[in-house]
Each structure stands twice: as structure tokens, then as C-alpha cells.
Design a protein. Structure first.
Length: 181
């Protein structure tokens, strides 16, 4: 199978279902950002080498492929695709609750950093928030499963919590935000 098809050389691509759209289409921006997020989560997995979170991160990456495929589908596409489930959102909440049991109370905003894996989590959190904004923008002009937006919102919270977890687990230090004045 060849990776290159040359079909996108003029700035268009195909959605699932065969519809051709500009590579700047809101739908392409949405699922492209989800793809970017998935890649950054791979960096987290590789940098943290944490067996505890590995299973959850792989699950997240698989769900992000589901999110991407839903966002990449042309309206009215007949192809049956997997969907984000409420249990996927609940898994993130459960994992955050577990991590929070061992974390000190958050009394200030904190600056990103504290540990290399935590820093990668903060980058992923920012990309996740952008993916959520892109999905919301798409939902303003096309149908988007509301569970996708909920999942991305909860995932950004999970990534923040995971950053704090790694900082504490690896002996890093959280740096509180200090305002001038």
C-alpha cells in the first residue's frame, strides 16, 4: 500500500464517505487537532514510562481515534463507526479521583512544568483544549455528538491532573503563579 496518493496536492482531502473538502475546512481542523493531541499523548507515554497510567493512556489514544473518525465523517455518511461512550468519560473521572487522593490540595494556579512528563501533559492539555474549541466550532455548523465535546473537556482536566501526579511522583516541584503587585 502506497502512503502517498497525490489526491491532496491541490489542497483538498476526502472525508469518510467520499466527500471532498478543503484542507482548511472546520471538520479537518477539528480532527487534525485531535490527531495532534493523540501524538502528544504518545510522547507522554514514552517520556513517563509509567505502568500505572500506560493502560489509561492507551485507552485514551484509542478513543481519540474514535473521536477523529466521527469528526472525519461526511454528514450523512452510511459507514458505521464506533462512538464515544459515557463510560469513556467516566473512566477519566475515576482516574482523576484516584490520582487526587495522593495530591496536595490545589490552592493557587500553577505554572506548567515541574517534571518532563508533567510538561508534556501540560502541552497535551493545551492541544486538547484547542481540539475542544475546534469541535465546538464544528458543532456550530454541523452535527457533532455531544459526548465528543464532553470527552475532550474531561480529557483536558485529566491531563492537568496527570501533570500534577507526575510532578509529585517524580519528585518535582509545582511552581505557583505569582502576580505582580
Amino acid at each position: 500500500m502506497k502512503i502517498y496518493t497525490k489526491k491532496g496536492d491541490k489542497g483538498e482531502t476526502s472525508l469518510i464517505g467520499g466527500v471532498r473538502v478543503s484542507k482548511t475546512d472546520t471538520r479537518i481542523e477539528a480532527y487534525g487537532t485531535v490527531d495532534e493531541l493523540n501524538s502528544v499523548i504518545g510522547v507522554i507515554r514514552d517520556s513517563a514510562k509509567d505502568r500505572q497510567a500506560e493502560e489509561t493512556l492507551v485507552s485514551i489514544q484509542n478513543i481519540l481515534f474514535t473521536v477523529g473518525s466521527e469528526l472525519a465523517s461526511a454528514p450523512g455518511s452510511k459507514m458505521k463507526l464506533p462512538e464515544v461512550e459515557v463510560s469513556d468519560i467516566e473512566l477519566l473521572e475515576t482516574e482523576m479521583d484516584k490520582m487526587n487522593e495522593d495530591l496536595p490540595d490545589l490552592k493557587n494556579f500553577i505554572l506548567p512544568g515541574g517534571d518532563l512528563a508533567a510538561s508534556h501533559c501540560h502541552v497535551a492539555r493545551c492541544v486538547c483544549r484547542r481540539a475542544e474549541r475546534r469541535a465546538v466550532a464544528l458543532a456550530q455548523v454541523a452535527e457533532v455528538d455531544e459526548k465528543i465535546i464532553k470527552y475532550l473537556n474531561r480529557l483536558s482536566d485529566y491531563l492537568f491532573t496527570l501533570a500534577r501526579f507526575y510532578t509529585h511522583k517524580h519528585g518535582g516541584v509545582e511552581t505557583p503563579w505569582k502576580t505582580r503587585g
